[in-house]
Ligand binder design. Structure first.
Ligand SMILES: *Cc1c(COP(=O)(O)O)cnc(C)c1O
Length: 398
């Protein structure tokens, strides 16, 4: 797609979140971009120049739609990236990237701890269906990463902080190892968000962000983005995964996320501050067995996080409570301010237990195998959240 110049490039991220991609409506002068719920756009009179597999021309919503394009300008600006592709969900973005880059016979190195669908794609699907060799590695162990990369390795994929243990991987170090061996590095940056971490500047080739989470921030629309400065491969992703496989975002969801993203930097600043405060409180609360948050000096990833997360440590905290699966559920159900539901990055705080019978529990550090809870900090008053967690722990006798 032809890139549109970002007029706000030299301004702060808060200013870009408001202005980039927005403009006066050409027809009415309205100060907001309209929502165009249209499947088709008027064709040029001369059809001989039309490429039906291209995303350049607004023609058909799956090939690209106006609200998607405006959101792409915004998300590229938030990441300081040359280009962004916005698709139907975070998983659609991950899949589009892997589907485009990988061929039968390639090798991919992926993390021991990652988003569930990444685990499924590499543990089960890409290997079985397409003969891609997939190798799971502990990404905090750089020697193990070096050993896992062979000349056939096409892609190294990492996620930092990771879902659900909130572990930290050194992006620059893994980028160096990958590139020395001719491999591409992709980073799932959803937990950190572009306010806190810019993987392209640290050497990553591709970034994926589940816009569903912090960038939309209101828990009411799903979308995902791929960011890169490699314009040629980005166009190949549009051709192979969007136009001809169909993972495009709907105009309505793009419009909704565009609106949510206006306040993203401000929300994220608040979430960074609240999360650190809550993590510090949890760490000294009796009957809390562990707290995993990159901003705590006790965290094994603290030094790396300080180096690569420049504005804060994000909004997800994992912690353990000293009890069994059943009582963990009772604890979650007893919360009044925090909502007992999956997902993260919403305006409201969300809590989700990771029971000891979870299929992947053996992949997590030893301490995480009992009473493990993933907690996404919302925009409520942090003292109210602390009070709520405290009363719910008391309610189960802890
Ligand atoms: C939620 C999430 C995704 C997937 O996003 P969806 O919009 O739910 O498909 C990918 N990666 C991480 C780290 C996530 O937390």
């Amino acid at each position: 797609m032809a890139k549109k110049e970002n007029k706000f490039k030299d301004y702060d991220i808060t200013t870009q979140a408001i202005h980039t991609g927005n403009d006066y409506d050409a027809e009415t002068g309205a100060v907001r971009r309209p929502l165009h719920m249209a499947n088709s756009y008027k064709l040029p009179d001369d059809l001989s120049q039309v490429n039906y597999s291209s995303t350049d021309l607004l023609m058909y919503a799956r090939n690209g739609n106006a609200n998607q394009h405006w959101l792409e300008q915004k998300v590229a600006a938030l990441y300081g990236a040359e280009d962004a592709i916005v698709l139907a969900s975070g998983v659609a973005a991950l899949h589009a990237l892997f589907w485009t880059l990988l061929q039968s016979g390639d090798r991919v190195v992926y993390p021991k701890v990652s988003y569930m669908a990444v685990y499924r794609m590499f543990h089960e699907l890409f290997n079985r269906k397409f003969g891609v060799e997939t190798v799971m590695v502990d990404m905090t162990d750089l020697e193990a990463v070096k050993k896992a990369i062979t000349p056939r390795t096409k892609l190294v994929h990492i996620e930092t902080p990771d879902n659900p243990t909130v572990g930290v991987t050194d992006i620059a170090a893994v980028a160096e190892i990958a590139h020395k061996n001719g491999a591409i590095l992709s980073v799932d940056n959803t937990f950190a968000s572009p306010l806190n971490q810019r993987p392209l500047a640290l050497g990553a080739d591709f970034v994926v962000d589940a816009l569903t989470k912090f960038i939309n921030g209101h828990g009411d629309a799903q979308g995902g983005a791929i960011l890169s400065n490699d314009l040629e491969t980005m166009d190949r992703i549009r051709y192979e995964a969007q136009v001809n496989v169909g993972s495009v975002i709907s105009p309505f969801n793009a419009w909704q996320i565009f609106r949510g993203s206006v306040t993203f930097p401000l929300r994220m600043q608040r979430i960074n501050e609240s999360s650190l405060k809550i993590a510090q409180w949890l760490e000294q609360r009796k009957n809390v067995t562990f707290v995993s948050y990159p901003g705590l000096p006790s965290n094994p990833g603290y030094q790396t996080a300080k180096k690569q997360m420049t504005n804060g440590f994000g909004g997800v905290i994992s912690f353990g409570v000293n009890t069994d699966d059943k009582s963990v559920e009772s604890f979650c159900a007893a919360l009044k301010v925090v909502t007992f539901a999956v997902s993260l990055g919403h305006d409201e705080s969300l809590i989700f237990p990771q029971p000891s019978y979870d299929e992947r529990i053996h992949l997590y550090p030893e301490t995480f195998r009992n009473g493990f809870i993933r907690f996404s900090v919302g925009l409520e008053d942090p003292d109210d959240i602390i009070r709520d967690i405290d009363q719910a722990l008391h309610s189960i006798g802890l």
